[in-house]
Design a protein around this ligand. Structure first.
Ligand code: HEC
Ligand code: HEC
Length: 291
């Protein structure tokens, strides 16, 4: 009799132990990250820098995802990925965490709990300069705190599995894969500025190297398409999301009016110069964001 009880107990326990083991292994995957040397740049306090930090936050989409008052956002209705994504209240987070923790989350894809982030597009900010980042932190700390109730994020078993098998990559892996900036600000200031802006604004969706990507079930174009645009058409596209000849776009139509209307003429000139210069360059493949 006792042997049957033992067998029955084993049958019940095995899957639970398996699940528990898998849980621990998948957690280890998110914990395998290390933070690079801590961020030590001084955080400015003057009004001009704080205003510049606001411009950085606006043009990099922090408001679109973390709420127009930085109050945080529950993505339950927009994405079913990764079961429940919740962007935290940034004004509050910036006051509760030190500079190094903010830098690790924003540029390295590592959260305050030491685990890799999942939905926060840190790879888009991996190349953000120390000056821009310091101004951004100053702005976030100065923004008024608007508190709302936010649910806890959830990570589904299926999603854990895709990370565990390597099919899906977490944000620390994405951030590590961003190519270095190639142009020198001393020798080619405008090209270097344009590359910098594109590599911290457009590579969230257009591929880590701006040469197109396969994202979820969408495909984003190689940004050499900008060569087909006049400077005027390009300005219209990035400030309104309406393409050449009045063609309506999808995601671009949502993102552009939220982020890019306040780009200065100088910033648009620099972006246009860099993106229209990409035509003659080879496109690396295969890369994981463009298999
Ligand atoms: C595409 C949407 C999106 C954009 C754009 C975005 N975030 Fe996030 N962010 C998230 C989500 C979702 C989380 C929650 C963590 C996760 O799921 O990866 C998050 C988490 C964070 C965290 C907390 C990390 C932790 O410790 O858990 C910080 C800090 C942060 N974001 C800062 C920023 C800043 C600053 C910007 C703009 C430069 C920005 N985010 C832009 C979606 C976004
Ligand atoms: C949040 C994602 C996202 C960001 C950020 C983004 N784009 Fe796009 N973009 C898209 C998608 C998706 C498309 C494909 C059309 C669509 O579905 O809107 C697109 C299309 C385009 C097109 C093609 C227009 C055409 O003629 O068909 C251009 C050019 C473009 N984007 C430029 C940019 C530039 C320049 C930036 C950075 C300043 C940028 N995008 C940032 C998602 C994005």
């Amino acid at each position: 009799m006792r042997i049957f009880i033992l067998i029955a107990a084993a049958i019940v326990a095995a899957p639970l132990l398996g699940l528990g083991g898998f849980y621990l292994l998948s957690e280890a995957k998110f914990r395998e990250v290390t933070r690079d040397s801590p961020f030590e740049a001084a955080i400015p306090t003057d009004a001009t820098s704080i205003e510049h930090g606001r411009h950085v936050a606006r043009t990099r989409g922090c408001f679109g995802c973390h709420g127009q008052q930085l109050q945080g956002k529950d993505f339950d209705e927009q994405w079913d990925w990764p079961e429940r994504a919740v962007a935290p209240n940034l004004a509050l987070y910036a006051r509760e965490h030190d500079d190094a923790t903010l830098e690790a989350a924003i540029r390295q894809g590592v959260g305050a709990n030491g685990k890799a982030l999942i939905s926060m597009p840190s790879y888009n900010f991996a190349r953000m300069s120390d000056d821009d980042l310091a101004a951004l932190i100053a702005f976030l700390r100065s923004a008024p705190v608007v508190e709302i109730d936010l649910p806890k994020p959830k990570l589904g078993w299926g999603v854990r599995w895709t990370f565990f098998t390597g099919e899906e990559k977490h944000m620390a892996e994405w951030a590590d894969a961003v190519p270095p900036l190639r142009f020198d600000g001393e020798e080619e200031p405008q090209r270097a500025h344009g590359e910098y802006l594109a590599m911290t604004m457009c590579n969230e969706c257009h591929g880590l190297d701006l040469r197109g990507a396969t994202l979820w079930d969408a495909v984003t174009p190689d940004l050499i398409v900008v060569s087909a645009y006049s400077r005027e058409e390009f300005e219209k596209l990035i400030t309104t999301g309406v393409a050449m000849n009045g063609r309506e776009l999808g995601l671009m139509r949502l993102v552009a009016p939220d982020r890019f209307p306040e780009l200065t003429d100088e910033e648009i000139d620099a972006l246009y110069l860099h993106l229209t210069s990409l035509v003659d360059e080879p496109v690396p493949s295969p890369v994981f964001w463009r298999p």
